[in-house]
Design a protein around this ligand. Sequence first.
Ligand SMILES: Nc1ncnc2c1ncn2[C@@H]1O[C@H](COP(=O)(O)OP(=O)(O)O)[C@@H](O)[C@H]1O
Ligand SMILES: [Mg+2]
Length: 299
Amino acid sequence: MQDQAERLRQMMGNESASVNLDRVASGPSVCRVIAVTSGKGGVGKTNISVNLALAMTNKGKKVLLFDADMGLANVDVMLGMIPQFNLLHVLNGQKSLPEIITEGPGGLKIVASGSGGVQELADLNEAQRGKFLSALQDLQHQAEVILIDTGAGLHRNVLAFVLAAEEVVVVTTPEPTALMDAYGMIKILHREKREPQIRVVVNMAGSPMEADEAGQKLSVLSKRFLDLKVEYLGFILRDPGMIRAVKEQKPVMLSSPMGPSALSLNRLADSLLSGKAKESDGNLLQFFKKVTQIFGGKA
Ligand SMILES: Nc1ncnc2c1ncn2[C@@H]1O[C@H](COP(=O)(O)OP(=O)(O)O)[C@@H](O)[C@H]1O
Ligand SMILES: [Mg+2]
């Protein structure tokens, strides 16, 4: 069987094989950049990103939610919003970055990538990349936490964001297939990322016990086979309220703020906010520099 890291190298091209993030100049820590990802799709990343962003906003944090899932404009759908402009407009030169930020509930800031926006980011030439990165400087002071909702799996368009973010939340369900894919993602992060800070959230669990078992399993496997500390952050139970909220396009934090999912999400937000942040490079500009560098390595 082909080694996963080898496959990743092929996907990302030779130049970026070593994804040398050490070479990236580091700046002062301004805000935390947290990517939400998973091995398997459909495990609840977008729901969790949107609701965690709302929970943190509620707690008085300045949060920017970046939708980096290239296929679907999920975040806006879940919030029942229709942003007029997205990253694509910035990359096409039609809008400036501050102009595409949509204001969500409670002052949450949202950047939609738009269908094709992430691909476009991958295809920027050197000059465009420079322009884009300098535009980002305007945004830097607008957020204390940047949450990035990514796609699933080991595709380059997902990994660029996950490898560039300082902190990663891996979402899984207790199902063996989802757990295996989550572990696959953790293995890649372990190999390709310097001191990865990884936390696991178990979603759609039937009981707290089932969730804890799944979360602990990932922690134990990572410790035993990778000698890597993976923190089990917590869980959200399978909740009809979540399904209803998606249908109504109203996040569960707003539709049932006292319901079980909202309470769990609040706890997760507290744990994340009180958890240890990575101390270096944690700003938006550095983050996108890394993203575009990793993308740029493919040619
Ligand atoms: N805790 C939960 N309980 C029940 N259903 C959930 C829960 N979390 C997510 N879902 C369902 O799973 C679907 C996929 O969630 P989504 O956040 O879009 O996943 P992803 O972004 O990982 O693809 C949602 O439309 C919702 O119906
Ligand atoms: Mg999604």
